[in-house]
Ligand binder design. Sequence first.
Ligand code: PEP
Ligand code: MN
Length: 355
Amino acid sequence: MSSDDRLNELRGQVDVINMQLLDLLNQRARVVSEIGKIQAATGGGFYDPAREAQMLQALEMANNGPFSNDAIKSIYKEIFRASMALEENQAKAKLKVQRRSEVERTVITMPDGVTTLGSGDFKIIAGPCAIESFEQMDETAAALAQRGVKFLRGMAYKPRTSPYEFQGLGEEGLKIARNVADKYGQFIVSEIMDKSQLQMMYDYVDVFWVGARNMQNAYLLKALGQQNKPVILKHSFGATMEEFLYAAEYIVASGNPNVMLIERGIRTFEKWTRASLDIGAVAALKLETHLPIIIDISHSAGRRDIAIPMAKAAKAVGVEGMMVEVHPNPPVAMSDSKQQLYIDQFHALMDALGQ
Ligand code: PEP
Ligand code: MN
């Protein structure tokens, strides 16, 4: 037999073994997938380091070469990694917030029956960081009304880094916001900090929002899932997109399908902006979920001089809208004074967006 023939014969054997291995690998994957289902049902994690170490040890003991133990271990580690990814994907595919088809989308319809979030047009949620006075809310809301903005934001509870700074007007602030919103036919969007505030706030607000610092407060999320007003959930600056979706799942799984996500940037080493807005991750998030997504251009930037390009980027990536802070006199604002837009800047922004 020529060496060419011999080479071809050996390659033929390798091809057959490849197919057998492929078959065995997929056979193994099917078993792992069954294990994953049991683990998901019992709430256990998929990664079990003790079990992995035990399997590697058994393989090392049984290994007669010619592969070294190190080579065998690295091959099997790759198999373990792929198996775990399979289990995780299976579990994730069961999330209610997960998009199952390209056309699936959640549209939130407000009680007026005509105002929607998530129906394809770019919606604006604007207003000051915190509710400070009737005059401040009224002047802002009037400017929003001129541009047809229906969602007025404002925080009544504003815990600050220091407990000695302005903490928000509380229920008094919500009364102001309600009066102003009713005057201009707007909806109030306000942050809820704790489950205990739910009953009282329910009478004043139209949309609850959960702040970045509270994204993983599971008890708050569950409570919001058990009431019927829409909820907007902000992305924690220290959480992955996957964790963000799991947090949204708490609300939807508790019974409230009207959830919207707000990307507000994450913490990175960058200092020129307050947070880093990862536009690529937002594009990926859109593929993963049917929930409407909006971008908060104020907290991600932390500055007002780049509001227009930030808003254009938000619009270009195809999200359902943006949140922006607007204040009649930002330098004297009680919080976030560097990022709130002056009213004329808000108009310039709307012009730039063609809104
Ligand atoms: C806010 O919207 O004013 C706010 C405090 O945002 P975040 O929770 O995203 O920091
Ligand atoms: Mn703010």
